[in-house]
Design a protein around this ligand. Structure first.
Ligand SMILES: *Cc1c(COP(=O)(O)O)cnc(C)c1O
Length: 391
């Protein structure tokens, strides 16, 4: 995966740091263009997965919009050059200030998650003399078969409006004079590798669309959210997710109306594979059943293993010796601060470099200052190749 030239430039940099392969990001975006945008689908990048400007620049150039979950993300997207009419705004806990930020910019859509939020949005929009475009986030009660912390479309989850609230919604809607209902929105979870949940989602969407029409609402758009997964185990075998199968599924299963727009909000599947966390080995410690390789990156730089029991492939970049068994662990005082357990890796010594792969999504953005750790740095392939190692 990494060339000798890349590894040579890594050796000159202070670890740990994130490294982004922008060429891989471009290839990923090209697949989205070829299989998604070409069908007339609209794709919003979920900016929460990675908000670095060089990444946003390529996403914008590819013609994607943005999906936000905070007011600051709306501002970040505007700063990166996205147009307000490309911005969708979801989240169960939008503050009044965040709603006002969205209203000020006249964003494409507020994806509303509760009846009370609709009421507040209506009041705030009315008070600014605006009409807010609203998409109702519906919880479709679809099993996403993913980790329970990133399952969002079941009745027990906090997201969206459940089906039992729809009669109340239809009663209330006519009284919301400052709202313009433009669509319905869904997002069933993340790291969904199997297409079955998305097929189930299409079926629910088709039924709901009929229901909205019976109530007299023609929906301008359907927003299916994101959640498509990536190959964490063997990233080099599938560096770009199979977007053809993903978009084809929706094309074949959705019963769309004339002129109706289809929107997606993809995060992980766009940026996950292009990022790696590069770290240096500090100590090797022989354990009872394994050897511990203590590296200088921890859960403060990449919390996914500790938070979601996620497994990221670890590549040893500077050794090709025979393999031994290792637990690759960080320096933080938590036993969950472990990247790999009982894995065979080429023999490691102090000073070796490792790459923790598939860390481009929900990696750097979730880094923390726990233990007064320094904010982790980021480098990009095109700059490293030009020998410019600035951020
Ligand atoms: C996080 C999120 C997404 C993106 O999810 P991925 O799994 O990264 O594709 C899309 N829509 C909403 C509403 C989200 O909260």
């Amino acid at each position: 995966m990494f060339s000798n030239t890349q590894i040579k430039s890594f050796k000159k940099l202070q670890t740990p740091f994130y490294y982004y392969d922008l060429d891989l990001l471009s290839r990923t975006l090209n697949q989205i263009k070829e299989h998604g945008l070409s069908k007339g689908f609209h794709v919003h990048f979920a900016i929460k997965a990675n908000f670095n400007f060089p990444i946003l620049k390529l996403v914008k150039e590819a013609g994607l919009g943005i999906d936000c979950v905070s007011g600051k993300e709306i501002e970040r997207a505007i700063e990166a050059g996205f147009k307000p009419n490309q911005i969708a705004f979801a989240g169960v806990g939008k503050t009044d200030e965040e709603i006002l930020t969205g209203l000020r910019h006249n964003i494409f859509s507020f994806n509303c998650e509760s009846l009370q939020e609709l009421e507040i949005l209506n009041e705030l929009a009315f008070s600014c003399g605006k009409t807010a475009n609203v998409s109702i986030r519906i919880n479709p009660n679809v099993e996403a078969n993913t980790h329970k912390y990133i399952t969002t479309g079941l009745n027990e989850n906090k997201f969206g409006i459940t089906a039992d609230k729809l009669p109340a919604l239809f009663d209330l809607l006519p009284s919301f004079k400052a709202l313009n209902l433009t669509g319905i929105h869904f997002h069933i979870g993340s790291q969904i590798r199997d297409l079955k949940p998305f097929a189930d989602l299409c079926e629910k969407v088709n039924n709901l669309q009929d229901l909205f029409e019976q109530k007299g609402y023609q929906l301008e758009h359907i927003n299916l959210g994101g959640g498509y997964g990536i190959d964490y185990e063997t990233p080099d075998e599938e560096p770009v997710p199979d977007f053809k199968s993903f978009f084809d599924l929706f094309e074949h299963n959705l019963e769309l109306r004339e002129g109706q727009q289809v929107h997606f909000e993809l995060g992980r599947s766009i940026v996950g594979q292009c990022g790696s966390l590069i770290s240096k080995v500090l100590y090797i410690k022989e354990g009872i059943a394994t050897n511990f390789a203590v590296i200088d990156a921890g859960m403060t730089e990449l919390i996914r293993p500790a938070l979601y029991q996620a497994s990221h492939k670890v590549d040893v970049l500077t050794s090709s010796k025979p393999e031994k068994i290792y637990d690759v662990v960080g320096p933080i005082c938590e036993s969950s601060d472990t990247f790999q357990r009982g894995t065979l890796l080429p023999e490691i010594k102090r000073g070796d470099l490792v790459a923790i792969r598939s860390a481009g999504a929900y990696g750097e953005v979730m880094s923390s200052g726990f233990n007064l750790r320094e904010r982790v740095k980021a480098y990009y392939s095109h700059k490293l190749e030009n020998n410019n190692t600035g951020q």
